[in-house]
Ligand binder design. Structure first.
Ligand code: NAD
Length: 308
């Protein structure tokens, strides 16, 4: 049986799959559309990250496909109903990269509140901007607002609690009586309350019709002056132009974005040159350890699906 892997995967897991299957592994296959379509012609499995668009056009090139493994979570690049209609299993690596994202959020929150990252260039240039950076804030006692309180949101809450932060969360799937609130020590809030109260707002919702544009100009405008915004969820959830304006105006103290409306960020993006903004190339969930965990989980589950 043949497995096509179109984006990067931990080599050890690829080798394990090679012992049992005919494996085509090319981390750049995602950018070679015709080659990908050709390779899928006789493949039973496809393994992707978030860039390969598994839409009906691609599925039509894969008549023997039985399973799609997703090296991560977030299925917005996969047409799940179209897969289901064909009886193709879709397997995400649920939980395997949650710690990487949670640590990214906490690290970003601390660095943004403190502002310390702003001094590297000037200190290296012989300046000493000590007084300008003397108003950095501690995370202890601050309120972290988590929009979406699933796997990653809850793990982030656990780390934040250990730092002495207060945690509020908004998740319409959890009612106020859910045992999750007592188990995590987070307070249940409406989105409006959360946005108004939080010193750090962090997004952990999937991209759906309901979450697209969730952090629009109006909601960004209702954030506390001096608050910071972190988006590791998906581009499209934050209005990038409205965020850029809030940072330029100094109403928000900072933001960290790991995901964007268009990836890679296009030349001339509204986010270019915006102050107090940390940009990373969709690596919130990717660490050496999480890549190993995610790859091992998907290799095992895809193999089970094909052989079981
Ligand atoms: P999850 O499914 O465990 O949790 C998502 C939560 O969002 C659920 O509890 C759900 O009830 C809630 N939700 C759904 N619609 C909502 C809405 N309209 N408003 C508020 N809450 C809503 O998923 P997770 O593992 O916590 O991951 C969350 C998202 O993070 C993923 O969908 C993915 O897009 C993103 N992600 C990004 C990276 C990265 O590298 N940057 C890595 C992993 C996950």
């Amino acid at each position: 049986m043949k497995i096509v892997i179109s984006e990067f995967m931990d080599e050890q897991s690829v080798d394990e799959l090679r012992q049992r299957f005919d494996v085509v592994y090319d981390p750049k296959l995602v950018d070679k559309r015709e080659e990908l379509q050709r390779q899928l012609g006789d493949a039973q499995a496809l393994v992707v990250r978030n860039r390969t668009q598994v839409r009906p056009e691609l599925l039509a090139c894969a008549p023997q496909l039985r399973v799609v493994g997703r090296l991560g979570v977030g299925l917005d690049n996969i047409d799940v109903p179209a897969c289901e209609a064909r009886g193709i299993g879709v397997i995400p690596a649920t939980g395997a990269n949650a710690l990487a994202v949670a640590e990214y959020v906490i690290a970003s929150a601390m660095v943004l509140l403190r502002g310390s990252y702003l001094s590297s260039a000037s200190v290296a240039a012989g300046e000493w901007p000590r007084s300008q950076l003397s108003e950095g804030r501690e995370s202890a006692g601050k309120t972290l607002g988590l929009v979406g309180f699933g796997g990653i949101g809850r793990l982030t809450a656990q780390l934040a609690k250990a730092l002495g932060m207060q945690v509020v969360a908004y998740d319409p799937m959890l009612d106020a009586g859910s045992p999750v609130w007592t188990a995590t020590g987070a307070r249940c809030a409406s989105l409006d309350q959360l946005v108004a109260e939080a010193d750090v707002v962090s997004l952990h919702v999937p991209l759906t019709d309901a979450t697209r544009g969730l952090m629009n100009a109006e909601r960004i405008g209702r954030m506390k002056p001096g608050a910071v915004l972190i988006n590791t969820a998906r581009g499209g959830i934050v209005d990038e132009a409205a965020l850029a304006q809030a940072l330029r105006d100094g109403r928000l103290a900072g933001a960290a974005l790991d995901v964007f409306e268009d990836e890679p960020l296009p030349a001339g993006s509204v986010l270019a040159g915006v102050p107090n903004l940390i940009l990373t190339p969709h690596i919130g969930g990717v660490t050496k350890e999480s890549n190993e965990r995610v790859s091992a989980m998907i290799a095992e589950r895809v193999a089970e699906h094909l052989l079981g």
